[in-house]
Write a protein that binds this ligand. Structure first.
Ligand SMILES: *Cc1c(COP(=O)(O)O)cnc(C)c1O
Length: 351
């Protein structure tokens, strides 16, 4: 016997690389290519560092209230955390606590199985169809301990409508259904209105993609107040002070500037639609993406080789090694200029 037998052994999630070189084109982790709202900078400059001797507000009420206001909810219907990764981890810990497997797609956010393994939650991966669409039937008649998927799905970019989620909700009233809406602002319709009709729905969103604040780490869940209370009970049994003072002050400013938010999201959507056309002309194939990335394959070129060739030019995209996805590259939508650099390279590569 050794202490090693008692270690909680896990295989951790692998985040995308975070290289930082001048002039590199970074399209590998779905960050926003534009800076946060101007008010965020101002709040940072005006932040009184003397306040840092005090603990932050454990209820994060300024941020919770700002989000509740923005979405027209009660503040008891909103939970905030350190990025949606933290929020999702708390959700797994709080609600996925039975013996039946939780369900998620085989091709999806690769943190779900990591949390499930960490917390010893049984799970089953439901295969997407050949076009990378979620098969709704898989989630309607199967005994399960909970359901989670991103909408739009990652890394496929494929969106489902709220009616699709509603069918899953009404077929599964005894478990929690989580809509991970990390990319919903790029053209999808949120399931949020359904939280008033279904007490088993949690909608999770993040400041990391559409609000240009991956570096500050804010995510939030919205659902009926009983769900939010249970989440808070677990959070306060784990770490009371997750949201630090700067995060709270800056997060509020990001929520307040809706005009800026809509402007940058609009720019990214326009760029995405242009890049879709240009990639098609180059022979790439992909499902229609409603997110800030395109998951594309080329019938004549090896994705792993193309990934390396791009990397040598300091153009970073994401390549996954899974059996069904190894022929694909996930390309984040950057600025028009960044996408032109990528497209220029591809035009020369693909002859
Ligand atoms: C990016 C992402 C998250 C996590 O984002 P945070 O930066 O932790 O808020 C969660 N789910 C999906 C599907 C994502 O792509």
């Amino acid at each position: 016997m050794s202490w090693e037998d008692k270690v909680r052994k896990v295989v951790p999630y692998t985040p995308g690389e975070q290289p930082n070189r001048p002039n590199m084109v970074k399209l590998n982790t779905n960050e926003c290519p534009y800076p946060p709202a101007p008010g965020v900078r101002k709040a940072m400059e005006e932040f009184d560092t003397d306040r840092l001797r005090l603990y932050p507000d454990p209820t994060a009420s300024v941020l919770v209230d700002a989000l509740a206001d923005y979405f027209g909810l009660k503040n008891t219907e909103v939970f905030v955390g350190v990025g949606s990764d933290d929020v999702l981890a708390m959700i797994f810990m709080t609600f996925f606590n039975g013996k039946d497997p939780i369900l998620f797609p085989d091709i999806t956010y690769s943190f779900y199985d990591v949390w499930a393994d960490l917390l010893r939650i049984p799970y089953e991966r439901m295969p997407l169809d050949d076009n990378f669409h979620i098969k709704k039937e898989d989630y309607l008649n199967k005994k399960n301990g909970g359901i989670i998927f991103p909408n739009p799905n990652a890394p496929t970019g494929v969106l489902v409508e709220p009616e699709f989620i509603e069918d899953i909700l009404s077929a599964n009233p005894d478990v929690i259904v989580v809509a991970d809406e990390a990319y919903i602002d790029f053209g999808g319709k949120s399931a949020l209105p359904l939280i008033h009709k279904y007490d088993n729905l949690l909608v999770v969103q993040t400041f990391s993609k559409s609000r240009a604040m991956a570096g500050i780490r804010i995510g939030y869940a919205m659902g009926n107040e009983r769900l939010i209370k249970y989440l808070n009970d677990v959070k306060f049994s784990f770490n009371s002070y997750t949201m630090n003072q700067t995060t709270l002050a800056l997060g509020v400013e990001a929520v307040r500037d809706d005009a800026y938010f809509k402007e940058i999201v609009g720019k990214i959507v326009n760029t995405r639609e242009r890049v879709k056309k240009e990639l098609k002309e180059l022979g790439f194939e992909f499902q229609d993406s409603m997110s800030n990335f395109i998951f594309a394959t080329h019938p004549k070129y090896d994705a792993a080789e193309l990934f390396e060739a791009l990397r040598r030019e300091d153009i970073y995209v994401r390549h996954f090694n899974g059996e069904r996805v190894k022929d694909y590259l996930r390309i984040t939508i950057g600025t028009d200029k960044e996408m032109d650099t990528l497209l220029e390279f591809l035009r020369n590569y693909i002859k």
